[in-house]
Write a protein that binds this ligand. Sequence first.
Ligand code: AMP
Length: 302
Amino acid sequence: MIVLYFENKYAILHLIFNIIAVKIVHTINELQDLVQKLKNEGKTIGLVPTMGALHSGHLSLIQYLRPSVDMIFCSVFVNPTQFNDPEDLKKYPRPIESDIQLLQNNNCDVLFFPSEQEMYPQGEPEWHLDLGELEKAWEGEHRPGHFQGVTQIVYKLFDFVKPDIACFGQKDIQQIKVIQKLITLKNLPVKLAIAPTLRDVSGLALSSRNQRLSDKGLTEASNIYKGLQYIKDNLYTKEVSRLLSEAQNIIEKNENIKTEYIAICNETDLSPVNKINNSQKHIALVAVWLEGVRLIDNLPLD
Ligand code: AMP
């Protein structure tokens, strides 16, 4: 009886802890009121924008940001304007209950979980930013309009949350470059924090899209990292063109994987290089298709 009492007591405490651990906000008005209140109290705010289907990679961004700010806001919004493929948008996983639980367990203070109508009300003005070469290469080339959608939603989130620091993953390096450009063009008072890519034991970068792969596909996908690592290990001993074709062979060892692009780039502006230059830093970028799922990854090389 007593044991039952204690068990229940802890269950109730656990429930209360969970209920108060993360504040869930659905509307922009409520969000802005909360932000204003926190700013008045002198609190600093960190923002982690996501599309949900959270995994340890997303949660690592919260941990990365935690020591630098008083309050962590995480947004979960599957942003339709950054999808150029309607099927991809339709299939994007949306497990909000487990996302909330994960945010609660990982010390997130506020979850902003708006509706599409809230973020894109009727009569929304056209959005266009001149992103220059960044929009023409790699993800920009293969996902037309993607970075316009990314900058559109990130600008809104920055405007509503007014974060002191926003944290993004190295995994989406081109997205980071684009957001740096957004910050410069709009002169926004926000700092960027870049968290390292979290990988599983096989080296595969964690991604919400991995959920759509079979067990076999997950095993095959680990060759993506092996290919990137091969480039890194041999950077100064082989020609760029040879490195790329050998890395592609490693990635496509299993015929189910098709490489969309693979490149060695200048790490600063992501322009492709065809010769390694000791005076600059390099990064390898890759995008592949596997079981109808598109995966991207990258590896800084120096
Ligand atoms: P997404 O929900 O895919 O838009 O990702 C939200 C944020 O999480 C972005 O800044 C991503 O770069 C970051 N992210 C996604 N996967 C990983 C990972 N494996 N390691 C670190 N950050 C990640």
